[in-house]
Design a protein around this ligand. Structure first.
Ligand code: HEC
Length: 105
């Protein structure tokens, strides 16, 4: 009996450890998304950063990935849909929600 209880407790503990909280799932998407990670352009802390300087004819231009910290769910959804140079990703609603929880921290 004690053995069975112990085994159940062990299984429960190890299962708990393997489930991600929504914000942890969001963190995974932010840093490890398929194709190119968000972090590669928006920065490891979502602080925003300059990606490149380039010449457009004689005009010098800067390509900047804006900061994402604290953006609302709507702003993230809209921003991803408007990505022109970066991929659109086609994340699910759940993935975008978890991402926004991570970015809100
Ligand atoms: C290749 C570089 C690159 C990658 C990778 C990238 N982005 Fe972007 N992102 C940009 C740039 C540049 C902009 C500015 C708008 C534009 O030119 O597309 C932007 C704009 C945005 C915006 C709009 C921000 C605002 O203030 O309106 C959001 C939201 C956003 N990106 C989210 C993401 C997320 C989430 C990921 C990962 C799933 C990601 N981006 C990956 C380059 C990138």
């Amino acid at each position: 009996m004690i053995r069975a209880l112990l085994a159940t407790a062990l299984v429960a503990a190890s299962l708990q450890g393997s489930f991600l909280k929504p914000a942890e799932h969001g963190e995974m998407i932010y840093h490890e998304t398929r194709i190119v990670a968000c972090a590669a352009c928006h920065g490891t802390r979502a602080q925003g950063q300059i990606i490149a300087h380039y010449l457009d004819g004689n005009q010098s231009r800067t390509l900047y990935a804006p900061p994402l910290e604290g953006l609302s769910l709507e702003a993230i959804t809209r921003g991803l849909a408007r990505h022109e140079l970066a991929p659109r990703y086609h994340l699910s609603d759940q993935e975008i929600e978890n991402l926004s929880r991570y970015l809100a921290r």
